[in-house]
Design a protein around this ligand. Sequence first.
Ligand SMILES: *Cc1c(COP(=O)(O)O)cnc(C)c1O
Length: 227
Amino acid sequence: MDTALADRLAAVDERIQDAARAAHRDAAAITRIVVTKFHPATLVSELHALGVRDVGENRQQELTAKRAELAGFPDLKWHFIGQAQTNKARAVRAAADAVHSIDRARIADALDGADGRGLLDVLLQVNLTDDTGRGGVDPSGVEELAAHVAGLSTLRLRGVMAVAPLDEEPVRAFERLRRSADAVRAVVPDAEWISAGMTGDFPEAIAMGATHLRIGSAITGPRPPRD
Ligand SMILES: *Cc1c(COP(=O)(O)O)cnc(C)c1O
């Protein structure tokens, strides 16, 4: 067992506890997703031994391969956090327990049409930058997209997701995300998930109400280069 991995995980969990306490929030209500992209399946099995159950991947092929390799750990919950392509919807649906990156009606329709078992948890990814080319729906379009997704019978709309822009105080960006979260809840009142906070900004995300943190390198160590 990699003791450095265990130490990093414990240190992050302690920071989560501290940030939750400072925000008068219950840390038990916050889900810490470990982002394992680019790392081998063996790292995920080590994390599982340390009690991790929620893991995140941002590429469909990698998600599909790792989930298959780790079929012996059926209690792992796989979060897809990457750009979703409509022609990969069936594969994403087959491998993901939750999809955080719904940013247009077409991808929601494709996931809804891909035969899956039961309901798929989905979140709307909101673009908090000024660059319309970045992933995510513009905040002005959140309510309309929420209404569309709410009408799809095999998807369960759970909330919103975002990545804070690099050139802004994360707290200010997460405040805008909160408004998008409110817009979604105006359509689906129990869609209470806010997926926000990465290695560099998870304490701020907790302060702003994040329910799901997506933390990679602070726990896994540096990512190996992309293949
Ligand atoms: C890689 C990634 C993360 C984790 O990033 P770290 O900075 O390593 O914590 C979180 N969210 C998304 C969408 C990512 O692609």
